[in-house]
Design a protein around this ligand. Sequence first.
Ligand code: SF4
Length: 235
Amino acid sequence: MARSSTPQVRKPPRGQAFTGRLLAWYARAARDLPWRRTRDPYRVLVSEVMLQQTQVSRVSEYYPRFLERFPDLESLARARPRAVREAWDGLGYYARARNLHSLAKLVARRHDATLPSEPAELIKLPGVGPYTAGAVASFAYEKPVPAVDTNAARVIRRVFFGNRDTGNGKRATEDVRRATRRLAAALVPKDGKRAWKFNQAIMELGALVCVARKPKCPECPVRTDCRTGRRLVRE
Ligand code: SF4
């Protein structure tokens, strides 16, 4: 039997309470973003690739336009490189568009134009790293797998490791990064729908409340579960 490359880690004692409070907050505070209304793997992938290095407000503008021009993976696979570049114009970091185009052609050819659902398969595709593989598996296929972007990693480190200094992730050592990924895998709910919400919620908390420079601890919904927040509010 194939073994997972991620060692099993037990959920930390505060994990259950943290998840409950996080999900309750998400239900009342989440932004209504277009890519959260779909489970279409191609559309989820396009949003994730756009969001890799571009702000949500800008992606919200370009995402519907790109999908109008290339509504599905086949249409993107058939497109000329120049047309893809034009549709991406203004988003920057064009390597993302090139990779997305290569990915579409490869998936059209080898996978019958259907994106794989397992992170281990997704990660083999051009431009897909561990985060994007987890995001597509969770947000499109509702697989109970973690999707740990910079925002989610920061929240996990602050809540469970009490490490404020690793706000932007650059100073996190490889050991800390590994421990973060393992903890994320332990925290993610086993039910796929709940895992979808958990992954969205933890990123949303990192984007809106547990921001890199000045976390808004006094108004944070998971403050009582957070090693960093409890300390900062006392100071
Ligand atoms: S209490 Fe502060 S440090 Fe902890 S998760 Fe919330 S905002 Fe981040």
